[in-house]
Design a protein around this ligand. Structure first.
Ligand SMILES: Cc1ncc(COP(=O)(O)O)c(C=O)c1O
Length: 399
């Protein structure tokens, strides 16, 4: 039987990221690979109480179909979180999505045709790359430094690609680098979006997890012309298993989102939405975020101290002030996969840099996650990784 697949289906069965995560799940492996929250902090009891209350008080509604835009109780809860981001809007401009992943997918569906240009940070969130690719995107990567996307490179990209449909950015504690865009660059990005009349998709799963530095305004809060679409998620501040995210956009656009959402899955799980709204009503999410932030900071410091002590000279890394990731660059290495293989030989997993690029990748790069590894595994894992880097760096550069 020959399947007549559409152009959206990946051409091969190769799933390097899936393979990495599968290898990393082996209990003898210390994994710095996934992007998972610390499970020991999930507020299981409080969620159980919220679920009981929902079933008792509005069980039938929670088990029934609901509207594509989302349960009003939850949209109202989200408005409060948006206020923290400096986004003053109404529940009419908010749509609940099945995680931010769906917000990315619906945005791609809305704006991309085969060959449309999408501007992304180099490197960028790998599963966004997969989504944009499936809609036939032509990627235009923009260089970054420790202050986020470089604005002169962005303007150059906009000039050279007049067909650009979307600028996708994770401005705060970016996945994979942990870097944060400065206020000056945020203002410039919004100005460029207006000047070149291009939509911006601002993806902010990590912004609330900050242990150092000042909170910076979201791009959406700086946008006066409606060019920024904002998306958030419960995944990193609360629980990814609930699959709750949200999109904030101008009314005209939100209407389109809701129509696309309806045809994708009718609506996000009603029960999850009610439980989430109930949890937020009965608990202070800021207390929970404080706990997560304190634990991730502790783990990040442990990792950074071990990196500074054991990694070979010349290896550089980002210095996140929050979030869940750091990005490592190893000089003189021709392939990121080679680093991954050497690390796995020592039972340590990272994500090699390649899948985080839309086009050509920077060799010798990888992402490390610190949120999901208990403290007792971090130092030993870094030591093993350091030995792997030593090995790869001492090999002839022809490999
Ligand atoms: C930058 C970024 N965007 C979106 C997502 C998807 O998150 P969600 O669980 O809300 O679908 C992730 C998950 O890791 C992410 O890192």
């Amino acid at each position: 039987m020959t399947y007549k697949f559409s152009d959206r289906v990946p051409k091969t069965d190769n799933d390097p990221v899936g393979d990495i995560l599968k290898a990393a799940a082996d209990p003898k492996v210390t994994s710095f690979a996934g992007g998972l929250p610390a499970p020991e902090l999930f507020p299981v009891k409080q969620v159980q109480a919220a679920a009981d209350k929902v079933l008792q008080e509005k069980g039938a509604a929670a088990l029934q179909y609901s509207s594509a835009q989302g349960v009003p109780e939850l949209r109202n809860v989200i408005l409060k979180r948006l206020e923290v981001e400096g986004i003053h809007t109404t529940a009419d401009n908010v749509m609940i999505a099945t995680g931010s992943q769906q917000s990315i997918d619906l945005t791609a569906k809305m704006f991309l045709d085969e060959g449309s240009a999408v501007i992304v940070e180099d490197p960028t969130y790998l599963t966004a790359v997969d989504v944009f690719r499936s809609y036939g995107a032509h990627f235009v990567g923009v260089d970054m430094d420790e202050d986020g996307m470089k604005m002169d490179s962005l303007e150059e990209a906009l000039k050279n690609n007049p067909d650009t449909r979307l600028i996708y950015t994770v401005p705060t504690f970016q996945n994979p680098t942990g870097r944060t865009m400065t206020l000056e660059r945020r203002k410039k990005l919004v100005e460029l979006a207006d000047k070149y009349d291009v939509m911006v998709l601002e993806d902010n799963p990590y912004g609330a997890i900050r242990w150092e530095g000042e909170n910076l305004p979201s791009l959406k809060s700086l946008d006066k012309t409606g060019h920024v679409i904002y998306m958030g998620t419960m995944s990193k501040i609360f629980a990814p298993g609930l699959r709750i995210g949200w999109v904030v956009a101008e009314p005209k656009l939100l209407k389109k989102y809701t129509m696309l959402k309806q045809s994708a899955d009718l609506h996000t799980d009603s029960f999850s939405q009610y439980v989430c709204a109930q949890y937020f009503t009965d608990n202070d999410i800021n207390d929970h975020i404080k706990k997560i932030t304190a634990l991730y900071h502790k783990r990040e410091q442990l990792m950074m101290d071990a990196i500074d002590k054991y990694f070979p000279k010349g290896v550089s890394h980002s210095n996140p002030q929050g979030g869940m990731f750091l990005w490592v660059t190893v000089p003189g290495v021709k392939s990121s996969q080679q680093l991954f293989d050497a690390a796995m030989k020592r039972n340590v997993a990272v994500v090699p840099g390649d899948p985080f690029y839309g086009n050509e990748s920077e060799p010798g790069t990888f992402r490390m996650n610190y949120s999901n590894t208990p403290e007792d595994g971090i130092v030993d894992g870094v030591k093993q990784l350091a030995a792997a880097l030593d090995e790869v760096m001492s090999e002839p550069a022809t490999k």
